[in-house]
Design a protein around this ligand. Structure first.
Ligand code: MN3
Length: 203
């Protein structure tokens, strides 16, 4: 059975960029619901209940047909949020304003500069139509790539390794920012955990 992973910081520690109430509802209600619904989907398949979530999501087509959609949606929601929390860090804690050297070198080599990377990522997140996620990933050819996925679709189902992600579902920002997604994205850059991106890149 899957369990809601522990948060490494308190709900209020990403203020004022991500507000306390949004963090509380996002984690304890939304992420919890994905976790519960994933477990429910696997109820009749005990042989799948102890597999790593990565295994379920990289191999969706091998799942029993009646639970593919539920695992894609709720397993994706479970996994994406588990990553998202780790990719955030309090600004006065260990969040870095700029990526570590190794990540920075790869970003420069791929996108030309950190600012060009930031601009493209921001544009990708802003223009995601409806609910979904923006991603910086390492693809199967070891190249960096920026793109977005709809709903709870996740790059690991497409053979890609996530380095950085941003939740642009309205539930991630609506309480504080209402329709101002661009402002939420701009503020989010202050609480990015670049250490985690580096760890993913080197893994
Ligand atoms: Mn969310």
């Amino acid at each position: 059975m899957f369990e809601l992973p522990k948060l490494n910081y308190s709900y209020d520690s990403l203020e004022p960029y991500i507000d306390t109430k949004t963090m509380e509802v996002h984690y304890s209600k939304h992420h919890k619901a994905y976790t519960d619904n994933l477990n429910k989907a696997l109820e009749n398949y005990p042989e799948l209940q102890n597999l790593p979530i990565e295994k379920l999501l990289t191999d969706l087509t091998s799942l029993p047909k009646d639970i593919v959609e539920a695992v894609k949606n709720n397993g994706g929601g479970y996994y994406n949020h588990s990553l998202f929390w780790q990719m955030l860090a309090p600004k006065n804690g260990h969040s870095l304003e700029k990526p570590n050297e190794y990540v920075a070198d790869m970003l420069n080599a791929t996108f030309g500069s950190f600012d060009a990377f930031k601009e493209l990522f921001t544009k990708t997140a802003t223009s995601r139509f409806g609910s979904g996620w923006a991603w910086l990933v390492k693809n199967a050819d070891d190249k960096l790539e920026i793109y977005s996925t709809p709903n709870q679709e996740t790059p690991i189902s497409q053979g890609k390794t996530p380095l950085l992600t941003l939740d642009v579902w309205e539930h991630a920002y609506y309480l504080k920012y209402q329709n101002r997604r661009a402002e939420y994205i701009e503020n989010w850059w202050n609480v990015v955990n670049w250490d985690f991106a580096q760890k993913q890149l080197l893994a």
